[in-house]
Design a binder for this molecule. Structure first.
Ligand SMILES: [Zn+2]
Length: 324
C-alpha cells in the first residue's frame, strides 16, 4: 500500500512528509485515517525517550478513520503472532501509526464508532480512557478531592471532566490564568498555585500529569494516606523526591499508571459520543505536524493537537477491505 505519512528519521528532528510503501500484515485491515491525536506519549517517542524503538518511525496511536466505509477507532495495543507465540505491538511505536493516510491494524483492535466525528474522538478518547484507568489505580471514591496538574493538556482537560462526572471534587492546576472561567464551566475549581490546600484542605488523590516539574509541590497537598498517581512526565527528567520525610510520615502512596484496557477505551468512546465529555482540540493538516509540535511546546494548544487527514488516497484505497 502506498500512501503519505509523517516519518521520523532521527530522534528529536522534524518529521518528513513523504510517500511510503508498506505491506499489510496477513489478516490485518487497512484503515483510511481521518484524524489522529498527538499524545504526550508521542512526544516522548519523538525525542527518543523509549530505548526499544528504532527509526524510521511513523508515530500516532490515537487513530480514527474508516474501513469498508464504517467508522472505527483503533485500540492501540495490538496483538500479533511473533516467534511462535503472541506479542503486543504498540501502534505508532512498534508498528506504524496514524500520522499517515493509511494504517494497517488487526480487525480485533477496531472499535466501531457511534458517529463520524473523528477529530472529536482523536481529541478526547485517549485522555478520558487514561483517566478512567488512573481512577481505578487510585481507588477513587465519590466525593474524593482530587488535584490534577497539567489540567489544560489533552489528558488534563478531558480527564477533569470525567472526574467531575464521577462526583469528585476537582482542583485543576494550571499557570495559565486566562482559562479559569473555562475550567469553572467544566465543573472544576481552577487553582494557580499548589499551596491551594491551605484554603481548601488536603486532597485524597493527586493525578500528576506533568511529572518532575510539579510532583514535589503537588505531593504536599495530599492528606495522610493519600495517593499520588503518576500519569506522565512531560519533560523526561529524573524525578527526585525532595522531602522523603513527607512521604514517610504521611504514608503517601505513589503509583504509576500506564495506558488503558480495551473496555476502558470503549467506555471513553461512549462518553464522547454521548456528549458527556466536551472535546478540546486544535486541528492541523498532516503536512503541518511540525508546526503542531512547536505549538504544543509553546503552550498554544488547549487539549489535543489533532491531525485531520482528509486527502483521499485514491479511489480504490478509499474503501479498503481486508489485508493489503
Ligand atoms: Zn494517547
Amino acid at each position: 500500500m502506498r500512501f503519505k505519512a509523517a516519518v521520523l528519521h532521527s530522534w528529536g528532528s522534524p518529521f518528513s512528509i513523504e510517500e511510503v510503501e508498506l505491506d499489510g500484515r496477513e489478516g490485518w485491515t487497512w484503515l483510511r485515517v481521518r484524524a489522529t491525536g498527538i499524545c504526550g506519549r508521542d512526544r516522548v517517542v519523538w525525542r527518543g525517550g523509549f530505548r526499544n524503538l528504532k527509526t524510521p518511525l511513523i508515530p500516532g496511536h490515537e487513530v480514527y478513520g474508516e474501513a469498508g466505509s464504517r467508522p472505527y477507532g483503533v485500540y492501540p495495543a495490538v496483538e500479533a503472532p511473533c516467534n511462535g507465540s503472541t506479542c503486543t505491538l504498540l501502534l505508532g511505536e512498534t508498528t506504524p501509526g496514524g500520522y499517515a493516510e493509511m494504517v494497517n491494524v488487526p480487525s480485533s483492535s477496531l472499535v466501531e464508532l457511534p458517529t463520524r466525528e473523528y477529530a472529536r474522538y482523536a481529541a478526547a478518547v485517549c485522555g478520558v480512557a487514561t483517566m478512567i484507568h488512573a481512577s481505578k489505580v487510585a481507588g477513587l471514591g465519590p466525593g474524593d478531592k482530587v488535584l490534577v496538574t497539567g489540567s489544560l493538556g489533552g489528558v488534563g482537560i478531558h480527564g477533569i471532566q470525567y472526574l467531575a462526572m464521577r462526583g469528585a471534587r476537582v482542583y485543576a492546576f494550571t499557570r495559565r490564568r486566562q482559562y479559569a472561567r473555562l475550567l469553572e464551566e467544566l465543573g472544576v475549581e481552577p487553582v494557580h498555585s499548589l499551596d491551594f490546600y491551605r484554603r481548601t484542605g488536603r486532597v485524597d488523590v493527586v493525578m500528576e500529569l506533568v511529572g518532575a516539574r510539579t510532583v514535589n509541590e503537588s505531593m504536599r497537598s495530599l492528606r495522610q494516606g493519600g495517593t499520588l498517581v503518576l500519569v506522565g512526565n512531560i519533560g523526561g527528567e529524573p524525578i527526585v523526591i525532595e522531602r522523603p520525610a513527607l512521604l514517610v510520615m504521611r504514608e503517601i502512596s505513589i503509583k504509576g499508571t500506564a495506558a488503558y484496557t480495551i473496555e476502558e477505551y470503549r467506555e471513553a468512546i461512549g462518553l464522547v459520543a454521548q456528549g458527556r465529555i466536551r472535546p478540546f482540540y486544535k486541528a492541523y493538516k498532516l503536512e503541518e505536524v511540525n508546526k503542531a509540535y512547536r505549538d504544543i511546546e509553546e503552550g498554544k494548544v488547549v487539549g489535543r493537537a489533532v491531525l485531520v487527514i482528509d486527502s483521499p488516497a485514491g479511489e480504490e484505497e478509499a474503501h479498503p477491505q481486508g489485508a493489503g
